[in-house]
Design a protein around this ligand. Sequence first.
Ligand code: SAM
Length: 274
Amino acid sequence: MSAEGTEQANPEVVVLDNGVPTAARVYDVMLDGKDNYAIDREVANASLAVMPELKEIAQHNRAILHRVVRHLAGDAGVTQFLDLGSGLPTAANTHEAAQGVNSDARVVYVDIDPIVLAHGRALLADNANTRVITADIRKPQEVLEHPDVQGFIDFDKPVCVMLCGILHHLLDDEDPQGIVDTLREAVPAGSFFFITNFTRLSDAPESEELERVLLSQLGTGRVRTPAELTRFFDGLELLSPGLVPLPLWRPDEIVTDATTVAARFMTGGVARKP
Ligand code: SAM
């Protein structure tokens, strides 16, 4: 960040630092990205002090995203991806994974943080099958009715709805279950839901402590129990191997140890709307 507080990492994008940390930029710190400010690094460091594995966990989250999108764009034949809470464009994004399998695959990135649109516009200017919009998934109907979503996603064909690492930013009174329900009703049979989430571990008190840090510093955070996460898949058919620690979802290589906090703190699953 320059002395004036303007973003310098991408010369095509100038975003003002308003002194408030955001989840997108804190996550960028975890992925060793360059699109973050000192205030974001403070939150990241406070979180890492509680759970040093968070950077490894972020890598696991990006890795499962790739495996899932490759599988759905390939074997499952899904051509439309609605990536909700997509985060800053980072290496190996959803459109790269999907279009690497099927160049016609369409991706709409949705994030509440306008920095995502600013960076996305510059990066995706020449990708005709990808859109980026700024919207709040706590208003799912507005997301669904957004002109770029309506104009780009055919709701008569299966869609993959991605809620990857975002529902743990929503508090219970923001009704994450209601959001999932609205999205489930909006997409046709044969659509898929891909969800990953922070998971409360009864043998790792730091999983609760992290919720306190996120709440106090980022203003948002809710680490849910496996039972709470399972409910998000109500009305859907979970694909094998179910809702599992991220490294265990159809790994590319043999996983030798999935007992660590780094392996288990986030769980994820993919389910099909029957
Ligand atoms: N989905 C990416 C992944 O899993 O690698 C990024 C996850 S990042 C941890 C969470 C993202 O959700 C952030 O970019 C944040 O801005 C976004 N987010 C948080 N609350 C949101 C909301 N209400 N509506 C849309 N996006 C939101």
